[in-house]
Design a protein around this ligand. Structure first.
Ligand code: ATP
Length: 925
């Protein structure tokens, strides 16, 4: 099929297509209901380009860059530079300017890296749609959609392009992204009167950016990418959420408070120094600048952003794709996980093992989705046949035969339906045979009704084929097929079936009921069939029992949760007995499981519900998405940080409401993925636990680098205090303070942000939401422990140089010349050497450094190498030595310095040991 003159959609507009009849639209777009050929699609792709919108224009890079030079701290430094200049110290002024530039560029680079990591993730999220091409349905990337493609629209799918409907069965879409109105809008295929109507008001069109709430549809694409309505409204395109995460906000506050305090101290010391200490104003000024520069944690915020981004990248490697940076930190604080069963705890690879119908119990053999298998006992095939045929006629899934690329049978669609098709094929009810009964109308599955019907034409008569939760079908059945005959469904039979159902469910089998109804009215349109009416007065055919094995990784993941004191609650649509049996099998609960059904929840008041949740062994069965939302809120009211999993359209409110919404990447709907904070690429519960581990690690890492950075700040301040209190020459010049803060400290601090989780990360309870990043013990450890040790290193080096030159206590000290330069170099090198030990010490606040494995964080070794390289450059490269006021050190100096990290580490090991023995619970701060 080759169409030379495709109407340019952008020019004719959507109203044009709304006026066309379906066949007319197809022919104008050079398409058929069977879809384009692959060759034609490729040709059109070249012509129209990829179906993706250009990226939202952010502020240009130079605006982003300039922001890094005008924030509070940068302004302070500018003022410092100006003052230094005026005070006749151009060298210091230049140095401060260089610091501003290096700092600004570095922050910009980190933000850029973090953004790149986020973008790379967005690209990982699979965005696929079902289209019909070459007469078969296939999943393709949304970017490959071209005009003329036939879209297959099912519940929960995001609509990737503007299209004219060809088929619409109870189709309703969510067009809130275009209209702001969240109520679903119905769609139909009739050609529309278009006068005065545009966009979503045209009822036979669907638009990119909207999604299917319910029903089924087929539509031919007429506009892609920028030509779509969505493309026209540029500002609506996937604007990034740029709010700061709670941790970023906290750190921003910390930075501001510390900056204000530092300036306050600076001014205070200036006044005390000049008025009381007898300093000249210029000395006092130098002093103030030193205090300020030593205390402002300038690298903190960008380092945090990068640490979060690195955490996000590591989580992606563990199949948890995080959509917002802030989700990382919330994950670490998670205390309760509400999880689905099917597909998350289980494989979602179903096989029908047993069938009960008409008084007989059958077993079915076979492996996977292969259609080889036998039904036993034999000789009753006709009874089983009707049941399996009816169930199979009520399925949307497809079986795909083995091919060169896939050596085994595979499926498209719901695995449970695929299992039904497989079982049907085993009794000879193949897809070709099923196709002889034309499908009239679908009343799609929804998780509140828990059933689904497809009406087919059988021998000229409409017949409703119904499948769903057995309890739902039994109450709607008035008759039952028993040994080929139809009988009234009496109470005794109901009880028998219930008992059979319960026995199978207790074995962990998932059960589905099947029923049928012959309908009388023939010529009804799709919209005229009323669900409640069709699904009543049914004839019950029997039960299908299927196996859905638990995922092998799940028991270990649950054990990890227990150890990490995270409560896991199963909230499933399945029945209580099956769910409890599976929970038992995977070791989900300890002690007796208390099953609460959705119905019971409906009759429970809020206080009663809160009371029920006191029991850690609750399992919620036959739950709907509304119940899930209620549970999320109830747990939050109990003060828990709640993660919830979901995959359906109706799960969106619960996913949004939860602290962490987790959607399924493989079997989830696009709507659920949009609403979630995290998407699990493999739908696997175990991946949530891995993500929590990473989330906890990120928070700990932030605390590690804060401890590291604050330790040197404290060590840098002491020389100034000594200078004013003891009237000694300033042991560390301002330039040298800057050298540590914005030079040697930076890379090792970032490397701490890349620490892998510690082995005991999941052996502790979740962090309390109230817990602050900077608690008292962190501050003490940074300022008073490491800070003082390093300050002592600096002073020892400083005085050692003087004493080698003949100075003794009580004698005056020169404040210039080689001895002074050498002495300040030793203070600088002493603090840097202390920081080398510190970076290893900070890797854990309780565990011995020997247990952490030196090579587990290679960044760290690189960071230390950079740190030492910079120190050497500042001492041995003449221009730098000049700027930083350093002098070359001798071998004995270096020997002394080499011992310092070891001394610090030994002291810290003793502290950790004492803390671990005296108060194991306080082992962490
Ligand atoms: P979970 O909530 O743990 O994923 P689930 O798949 O059983 O479990 P729902 O999808 O809400 O949860 O389904 C609820 C019930 O509805 C199922 O237990 C089943 O009895 C019935 N059901 C599920 N899918 C279909 C379907 N395609 N057609 C008919 N009935 C279905």
């Amino acid at each position: 099929m080759h169409v030379a003159h495709l109407p340019p959609a952008a020019k004719v507009g959507s109203a044009y297509w709304a006026q066309c009849a379906p066949e007319e639209a197809l022919s104008k777009l050079g398409a058929t209901p069977d879809g384009l050929s692959t060759d034609e699609a490729t040709r059109r792709l070249q012509l129209h380009g990829f179906n993706s919108l250009p990226h939202v224009a952010k502020s240009p890079w130079y605006v982003e860059l300039s922001k890094n030079f005008i924030h509070l701290f940068a302004l302070l430094l500018w003022a410092g530079a100006a003052l230094s200049w005026v005070a006749g110290m151009p060298q210091l002024a230049w140095a401060i300017v260089i610091v501003i530039i290096v700092n600004g560029l570095f922050s910009f680079w980190q933000e850029f890296q973090a953004e790149r990591a986020a973008e790379a993730l967005a690209a990982l999220l699979p965005h696929q749609v079902t289209v019909r091409r070459d007469g078969t349905e296939q999943r393709i990337s949304t970017t490959e959609i071209v005009p003329g493609d036939i879209l297959i629209l099912t519940e929960g799918e995001a609509i990737p392009a503007d299209a004219r409907l060809l088929k619409a069965e109870r189709l309703r879409i969510d067009a809130s992204s275009l209209t702001g109105e969240s109520r679903p809008v119905p769609r139909s295929i009739e050609s529309a009167e278009t006068s005065g109507k545009t966009g979503i008001l045209l009822p036979n069109l669907v638009f990119a950016g909207t999604s299917v709430v319910s029903g089924y549809g087929e539509a031919v694409v007429f506009a892609t990418a920028a030509a779509t309505e969505f493309g026209h409204i540029a500002q609506l395109t996937q604007a990034q959420d740029e709010r700061l995460s709670p941790l970023q906000q906290e750190l921003q506050k910390v930075t501001t408070v510390v900056t204000i305090l530092a300036v306050g101290f600076g001014v205070l010391f200036f006044l005390v120094g000049t008025l009381v200490g007898g300093l000249r104003p210029i000395e006092g000024f130098l002093f103030a600048v030193g205090i300020i520069v030593a205390n402002v944690p300038e690298g903190l915020l960008p380092t945090l952003t990068l640490a979060l981004a690195l955490g996000v990248r590591r989580m992606a490697q563990r199949n948890a794709l995080v959509k917002r940076l802030s989700a990382v930190e919330t994950l670490g604080a998670t205390t309760v996980i509400l999880t689905d069963k099917t597909g998350t705890l289980t494989e979602n690879e179903m096989t029908i093992r047993e069938v009960w119908t008409g008084g007989t119990h059958f077993t079915i053999s076979g492996v996977g989705y292969g259609i080889e298998g036998v039904v036993e006992p034999s000789g009753h095939e006709s009874t089983v046949l009707e049941l399996l045929r009816t169930a199979a006629l009520c399925c949307d899934a497809r079986l795909v035969p083995p091919s060169a690329e896939r050596p085994h049978w595979s499926i498209i669609g719901d695995p449970m339906e695929a299992a039904i098709l497989v079982a049907a094929a085993k009794v000879g009810m193949t897809e070709e045979k099923l196709a002889t009964w034309p499908r009239l109308v679908e009343l799609p599955f929804d998780s509140t009704r828990k059933r689904m019907t497809i009406i087919h034409q059988v021998d000229g008569q409409p017949v409703a084929c119904v499948k769903g939760a057995p309890s739902e079908l039994m109450v709607r059945s008035s008759k039952i097929r028993w040994n080929g005959a139809t009988r009234p469904f009496d109470e005794a039979q109901r009880q028998t079936i219930q008992a059979i159902h319960d026995t199978m469910a207790r074995r962990g089998l998932r059960l589905l009921g099947v029923a049928i109804r012959e309908l009388t009215s023939v010529n009804q349109s799709a919209e005229e069939w009323q669900v409640e009416e069709v699904e009543s007065d049914l004839t019950f055919l029997g039960l299908l029992a299927m196996e859905d094995p638990p995922r092998p990784e799940v028991p270990a993941a649950l054990a990890a949760c227990r150890e990490a004191q995270i409560q896991v609650v199963m909230v499933t649509g399945d029945n209580g007995l099956t769910a409890a049996a599976i929970a038992q099998e995977i070791g989900m609960y300890q002690g007796e499981v208390q099953v609460i059904t959705g119905d019971q929840l409906d009759h429970t008041s809020k206080p009663e519900l809160l009371h029920l949740l006191d029991n850690p062994n609750v399992l919620i069965a036959r739950a709907t998405p509304e119940h899930k939302l209620r549970l999320v809120e109830a747990f939050q009211q109990r003060g828990e940080v709640v993660a919830v999993t979901g995959d359906g359209v109706n799960d969106a409110p619960a996913l949004k409401r939860a602290d962490i919404g987790v959607a399924m990447g493989m079997n989830g709907t696009d709507v659920a993925r949009e609403a979630a904070d995290i998407v699990l690429a493999d739908d696997n519960f175990a991946s949530i636990i891995e993500a929590i581990r990473e989330g906890r690690a990120v928070y700990e890492n932030v605390r590690k680098f804060v401890t590291y950075i604050f330790a040197s700040n404290s060590a840098e301040m002491m020389p100034f205090v000594a200078f004013i209190l003891f009237r000694i020459p300033l042991p560390l010049t301002i330039m040298q303070v800057l050298a540590i803060d914005i030079g040697t400290d930076l890379v090792p601090a970032i490397a701490l942000g890349a620490e892998p989780p510690e082995s005991d990360t999941m052996h502790r309870p979740p962090r309390s939401r109230q817990e602050r990043l900077l608690n008292i013990s962190t501050l003490i450890r940074a300022y008073l422990w490491f800070g003082m040790i390093e300050a002592a290193f600096g002073f020892v080096g400083f005085f050692w140089v003087y004493s080698l030159a003949g100075w003794r206590p009580g004698m005056p000290m020169e404040n210039s010349g080689l001895v002074y330069t050498l002495a300040t170099t030793m203070t600088l090198a002493g603090i840097v050497a202390g920081q080398v030990g510190n970076v290893f010490a900070c890797r854990s606040s309780s565990q011995s450094v020997l247990k952490l494995g030196l090579l587990r964080n290679r960044f760290l070794l690189g960071g230390v190498a950079v740190e030492l390289g910079l120190l050497l450059a500042m001492i041995y490269l003449p221009p730098l030595a000049h700027v930083f006021g350093t002098a070359p050190l001798s071998g004995s100096h270096w020997l002394f310095l080499a011992a310092l990290p070891v001394v610090l580490l030994v002291l810290e090991e003793i502290r950790k040991f004492l803390v671990r023995t005296i108060s194991p619970s306080q082992g962490r701060n």
